[in-house]
Design a protein. Structure first.
Ligand code: HEM
Length: 239
């Protein structure tokens, strides 16, 4: 009975938000990994008619859950920040806010780059199924969406490092104090460079940072590498 009543306390409501935030987040990031690790490598191996059929029937549904889950994850996260900002202090707060920043850049990539480009890809596939000519610009359109999606898959690794580590790990160490600004500058620099590169501003879509994204395994190498560097910096600052 006491447990049932405490569900309506501040802590109970906080937990319900956190619970659904993770449900939405798993749906979003799960679909992001499906696109990157399953769909993108599988599509070129399919016959054109089968691929266009899949783009017509499967991709729009997957993209609907993808962008709704992305929005719901961000909204539930922002509501928690609004309601419980006083809880997010010291190292715990720094890690939550760093994860949130990366998550919000990922949200912008979903809604402002991946979704508009994918609408063109879907329209092209449907046109082809109806016997219409291919869109001559479809190559660059697909590439733009792919780079944003790959960059989001890379971002997901440090984002989840901060978000899941906030309570169990980062929050347990001594307060970084004003040294957290160093951490912020480095995190911001990494996010800005990767994002500008995804948008084609650093050497175009075949630039030094975008070329490695053609290989799927580099998602893990770059995402993992960035995470290790940020973790090492946190260790050093916390010494
Ligand atoms: C899109 C922007 C995002 C924002 C603004 C955001 C915000 C937050 C906030 C404020 C918390 C703290 C909850 C608490 O009070 O305990 C949190 C926790 C958490 N978030 Fe996010 N989040 C975002 C994306 C994601 C994504 C994509 C995932 C993927 C699953 C995720 C997974 C988690 C997890 C597992 C926790 C629990 C951490 C813990 O209890 O130790 N978040 N997030």
């Amino acid at each position: 009975m006491v447990l049932a009543i405490s569900l309506f306390s501040k802590e109970g409501i906080h937990w319900i938000f956190r619970w659904w935030h993770v449900v939405f987040g798993v749906c979003w990031i799960g679909l992001l990994y499906y696109f990157n690790f399953v769909q993108v490598p599988a599509f070129p191996t399919m016959e054109a008619a089968h691929r266009n059929g899949a783009i017509d029937k499967i991709v729009p549904k997957a993209l609907w859950y993808f962008r709704m889950a992305a929005a719901a994850t961000a909204v539930s996260g922002i509501i928690m920040i609004g309601l419980y900002a006083n809880v997010y202090k010291y190292n715990y707060g720094t890690a939550i806010y760093m994860g949130s920043l990366i998550g919000l850049v990922m949200l912008a990539n979903v809604w402002l780059i991946i979704w508009p480009q994918q609408q063109i890809v879907i329209a092209n596939a449907r046109g082809l199924l109806e016997g219409k000519p291919a869109n001559p610009d479809i190559g660059p359109v697909g590439r733009k969406a792919l780079l944003a999606s790959r960059t989001n898959a890379i971002f997901s690794i440090p984002m989840l490092m901060f978000m899941t580590g906030a309570q169990n790990y980062f929050g347990q160490s001594d307060d970084l104090g004003s040294k957290r600004f160093v951490m912020w500058i480095v995190v911001l620099a990494v996010v800005v460079v990767l994002e500008l590169s995804a948008l084609g501003y650093i050497g175009g879509f075949d630039g030094p940072l975008t070329k490695p994204l053609a290989a799927q395994k580099n998602i893990l190498h770059i995402g993992g590498g960035v995470s290790v560097v940020l973790l090492a910096l946190w260790f050093i600052l916390a010494l």
